[in-house]
Design a protein around this ligand. Structure first.
Ligand code: ATP
Ligand code: MG
Length: 390
């Protein structure tokens, strides 16, 4: 009796025209996530099959892949009635249940017994062997039989997949990734909708530490398990930030700093072919995220900015961060560049014209170019374990 994995697609089944692209990309993404295993993958119109010696480990990895509706470990047998009967008894014998239902799908129409009748016959067989009852509405155990020409597949439980779209189907976005709780969650939600990520991190050494940077790299590493392609661009922000601090009214520090971040993100996104900028801003969370602040900050760019957690409560964001595995790293106590120059009373209703006037007092354009030209990019992020450095 052979075991294999059957993958059912998620939302892509509704996108008829793009189905081939979706399936091809999903297959690619799966292959990338499984690069350390020996396996054989076959795609079909409405499902994929994976055969390997490492079925259980692979099923576990697949729970991180967007675009998968469900993952099923199934048993494969030759399409002949006696072999099917024997395998059903063997598979059902491993389960604990009191009520059950058999559901047969007959793709191979030459199979001599019709689906409903075959389900009934198998049901009778199970009733004879085990102490149990049939319940067609709410069974403890649902036994699926799929009859194809050469092989028949038998399975019971489905493992729920992540859903969403295959990562990359929408191209790339540039995630402003800080060491906080919000931005990794924002990145995860963008990945879920099929947007692959490059990350942008602003660091200000020596005001921010090497640990703060490693923390961000570790967060990138964690969300990379949902992508496999993530890169991190590290912007040397010290010089620009110090000039802001020197030249700008302290209450406007953060507003101006964030305007600079957006200007830099805009340039990097263009350069890296990222179609959108993504960040972890959430309405009203801090002074720089009141709607008035957001307007003042956003007005430096016409680049599309997506804020996946804009309308979530902090507790909702925390729930997601725990679920995706970033929370424990996010709460490590290293300073971010946003916190080091934080004034006592940051403005909550900044005025755009005032921002423009303050920015006239120093040559920020050349400082921005300096930032962009000296970016350090980290690829193959999953090769390193930044956790050990924290
Ligand atoms: P927290 O979870 O503590 O709120 P945060 O990362 O959301 O942390 P904020 O000060 O709320 O921090 O910043 C809002 C957003 O701006 C972040 O979610 C992130 O997208 C972006 N951002 C802030 N600081 C940086 C940074 N140093 N590098 C890159 N992006 C940053
Ligand atoms: Mg935040």
């Amino acid at each position: 009796m052979g075991k294999l994995i059957l993958i059912k697609y998620g939302e892509l089944t509704t996108k008829k025209g793009n189905r081939r692209t979706f399936i091809k990309l999903l297959k690619n993404n799966i292959s990338k996530i499984l690069k350390d295993f020996d396996f054989n993958i076959r795609d079909m119109y409405d499902r994929m099959y994976i055969e390997s010696k490492n079925i259980d480990e692979i099923a576990n990895k697949l729970t991180n892949v967007f675009g998968i509706h469900s993952i099923v470990i199934c048993y494969k047998v030759n399409t002949n009635i006696e072999d099917i009967n024997n395998l059903v008894i063997e598979v059902v014998g491993k389960e604990k249940f009191t009520t059950f239902k058999v559901e047969t799908k007959r793709s191979y129409k030459e199979f001599p017994i019709q689906s409903m009748e075959f389900s009934r016959k198998l049901g009778a067989l199970i009733l004879k062997k085990f102490d149990c009852k049939v319940d067609v509405h709410n069974p403890d155990l649902l036994i699926h039989i799929e009859i194809h020409k050469d092989y028949t597949y038998i399975y019971t439980n489905e493992i729920k997949g992540l859903g969403g779209y295959p990562v990359g189907i929408q191209g790339k976005g540039l995630l402003m990734l800080s060491g906080g709780i919000d931005s990794p969650v924002a990145g995860y939600l963008a990945l879920k909708r099929g947007v692959d990520l490059e990350c942008l991190y602003f660091e200000s050494p020596p005001h921010t530490s090497i640990e703060a940077k490693n923390k961000v790299l570790e967060l990138a590493n964690i969300i990379n398990k949902y992508s496999g392609n993530i890169k991190v661009h590290i912007v040397p922000f010290t010089h620009l930030q110090e000039e802001i601090y020197k030249n700008v009214d302290p209450t406007y520090n953060i507003t101006i700093m964030r305007r600079m971040m957006y200007r830099i993100a805009h340039k990097v996104a263009l350069k890296r072919n990222c179609k959108i900028i993504i960040n972890g801003e959430s309405i009203g969370q801090v002074a720089s995220q009141t709607l008035t602040s957001m307007i003042a900050i956003n007005s430096v760019t016409n680049y599309p900015i997506i804020r996946p957690v804009a309308c979530l409560d902090k507790l909702e964001i925390i729930d997601i961060s725990k679920k995706i595995g970033t929370y424990e790293t996010s709460i490590l106590p290293y300073e971010d560049c946003c916190t080091i120059f934080l004034p006592d009373h940051p403005v909550i209703n900044p005025n755009v014209n005032k921002c423009i006037d303050m920015e006239k007092t120093f040559d920020y354009e050349s400082l921005i170019d300096e930032c962009v030209n000296n970016i350090e990019t980290i690829t193959n992020i999953d090769k390193k374990t930044f956790k050990e450095l924290l």
